[in-house]
Design a protein around this ligand. Sequence first.
Ligand code: FAD
Length: 509
Amino acid sequence: MKRGRSILIVGGGTAGWLTAAYLAKALRIGEQAHLSITVLESPEIGAIGVGEATFPTIRNTLQFLGIDEARFIRQTSATFKQGIRFVDWAHAPGEGRRHSFFHPFEAPFSTDGVSLAPYWLLQDEATRAPFAEAVTIQARVADAARAPKRPHESDFAGPLNYAYHFDAAKLAQVLAERAQELGVRHLEGHVGEAVLDETGAIARIVSPEHGELTADLYIDCSGFRAELIGKALNAPFKSARPVLFADRAVACRAPYDRPDAPIQSYTVATAHEAGWLWDIGLSGARGVGCVYSSDHIDDDRAEAILRAYVGGAEVETRRLTFEAGYRQKQWISNCVAVGLSAGFLEPLESTGVVLIEAAVAMIAELFPHTGPVSAPARRFNELMAARYENIIVFLKLHYALSRRPERFWRENTNPATIPERLQELLEQWRHRPPARFDFILDLETFAFFNYQYILYGMGFPTDLADGADEFPDAAGAAKLFAKIRGFADRATQDLPGHRDLIAQINRFG
Ligand code: FAD
């Protein structure tokens, strides 16, 4: 006889509804009478409502959930994101021309697995194209304010890899609708108390509105409040603050200068004296935020940096506080944490939703239909901890290579703040570019080419001069570089303007 399983998700932000919808679909809740999923969401404690930028994995997730792309774009004021343009990260402005580089979602072109990176490194530094522009067409397409796809292309597909920028609060609504269509039950109410049994597992949740609620598996999606994994189960939090210093953000919505201003199809990340600013083009307005370290500047200074960036536009600001880090045990007994309750590093490279996707995919695959509900806990915890640690390394890379003079940046390059693994890799990358065997792909959000984009965008010196003989196909590589330039020339003409495509999608709503 099959045993039933009930799942109670606490929290209705992006994590709660994404988890609900994903598990409902993966476990086929609508067709399985012995399985149930309930979301308990407080109408008073709001969701965080930030997290406007995503990673290409979101396309697979939305497609898996059976969400229509055009409808999703209309409902969430979404636009297409093709990568991130980093401004002023390598040098402070004022030291000559402003430095910027692009981190595209597209992998570099390669033929027969031959990497272009060494051939680019062997080119004349003074005359070669920036790395991302030399090895993909996406940097030029995005700079030309072109979209990554054409209007007739099928949902979630296009010639170029992409993700979205969207209104995070509206995303949770879309996911909530879909989850309920898939059979998820919704309760509005609070966790008053989580009562533990003698083994330390959650015995029941007491809600003032609904009385005692019980389930086989409790999923904590209560955000930074961490009602179950933190308050009830006391899972220790591993701070990453000694490595990643940012702990605050101040955010606003800024208007476009004019109604037909181009919408960037990339996030602009501009470094400042003690952190960086995000600038995200949504369909009706820009989402702008200043991320900073409270050890290096105060809130008023951060607000002034934000206001100077938006150039005098009248904006309402909102302050957010966080601590970079994660819980090493995210699944304890009959409770697993997903989203901000499990951890958060910082907004750089948009890893919030990616980590939710990674967690729910694992919960779905390892789901204990029978036997102890805690069975996947150890493996889940190992894999999630490894994922967080790897992202910490990747995020730190952005800070560790800067030559900016301010205290925040100088402290970021102090070896005592750089994880040993990153120090070892940087040492090796002085003599060769990042390669796929540097990483265990199953545990990584970012691949070797993402590291190449950041390293060479920041001007990291990989010196191949002595080993140039090992790269004999310079003629073949030159042909490929020329081919990429040709493709880019064509794509910047053929692909539609980004604002035009978004307007067209919204018009047919
Ligand atoms: P929340 O949105 O906080 O939701 C918590 C839910 O729990 C709410 O529904 C609340 O009502 C409920 N709740 C809380 N307590 C109780 C209780 N006692 N009883 C009942 N219900 C309760 N991610 C990205 O992917 N890209 C980005 O660009 C990005 N930028 C970010 C910028 C900042 C400054 C921050 C702080 C985060 C950013 N993130 C980003 C992360 C992203 O915001 C989160 O990963 C995502 O929103 C998930 O949040 P959540 O659902 O875990 O928590």
